[in-house]
Design a protein around this ligand. Structure first.
Ligand SMILES: Nc1ncnc2c1ncn2[C@@H]1O[C@H](COP(=O)(O)OP(=O)(O)OP(=O)(O)O)[C@@H](O)[C@H]1O
Length: 237
């Protein structure tokens, strides 16, 4: 088990939007790392910088100061190795669930038949095999979110970053989505980071971090990550 391998390292990474008096510091210098096998919740109110921090980790945003590196991933910034699940599932309406899940693979140049097979496997991981031939309009919010998660899993990511994946769902469905993410991360051997407003969602992850006005608050480790070595003291945050 590569429990100590660092997948993402943020060193004093900050992101400011705009300039001058109207500039918004979305993330003040954040220092943290995500390791293989981690199960981390990042909680915080709306506007506290959770999405921006996730985007920095996913290389969707560049830090305005400090740096983000991916020591355990072969490509920098990593392509495909980091999967991002967004709050709204944003499936393509004209494509079936399996076609949606296969789309990133097809766009990456994987042959259609192989992409469909991998997509079908990913749908099975999220318990959505029976939804494969449905169009997005025929799916409930929770079902659509499971398909969106399958779309990410089909790429075989080493790290899954889920940005408020339960934000638009009722509590029971939201908890099911967390079950699905945890099971799929275990099956894939991927690390998992989930941002949330909901403390009951945050408690489902092994480790809880928090954002407050753009600052990452030190972690409280609820329990040691399953299958990994005990954490070293002084880990940040
Ligand atoms: N592209 C952008 N341009 C300008 N300001 C932005 C941009 N993205 C985020 N911000 C600002 O940065 C701050 C942090 O936003 P962010 O979306 O990271 O917070 P959040 O905690 O994820 O919020 P939510 O839970 O509502 O999604 C907010 O004040 C937001 O308005």
């Amino acid at each position: 088990m590569t429990g100590q391998e660092v997948l993402v390292r943020c060193e004093d990474a900050a992101r400011t939007f705009g300039r001058g008096p109207t500039a918004v510091v979305a993330v003040h210098g954040a220092t943290c790392q995500i390791r293989a096998g981690d199960r981390i919740a990042i909680a915080g109110p709306s506007g506290s910088g959770k999405s921006t921090l996730l985007h920095l980790m996913a290389a969707l945003e560049k830090p305005t100061s400090g740096q983000v590196t991916w020591p355990g991933l072969s490509q920098r910034p990593p392509a495909g190795a980091i999967g991002v699940v967004f709050q709204g599932p944003s499936l393509i309406p004209a494509l079936t669930a399996v076609e949606n899940a296969a789309l990133p693979l097809v766009l990456a140049g994987v042959a259609d038949s192989a992409a469909q097979l991998r997509a079908a496997h990913a749908l099975a991981l999220v318990d959505a095999t029976d939804l494969a031939n449905r169009l997005p309009e025929e799916l409930s919010g929770g079902q659509a979110q499971r398909v969106a998660i399958a779309r990410v899993l089909a790429l075989g990511p080493r790290l899954v970053l889920a940005d408020e994946p339960t934000g638009q769902l009722d509590r029971t469905t939201g908890q099911h989505i967390i079950d699905v993410l945890l099971t799929a991360a275990d099956e894939l051997g991927a690390a998992l980071v989930v941002t949330t407003h909901d403390p009951t969602v945050a408690q489902r992850l092994t480790e809880q971090w928090a954002m407050h006005e753009g600052r990452l608050v030190p972690a409280s480790t609820a329990r040691p990550p399953a299958g990994t070595e005990p954490r070293q003291k002084g880990r940040t945050p």
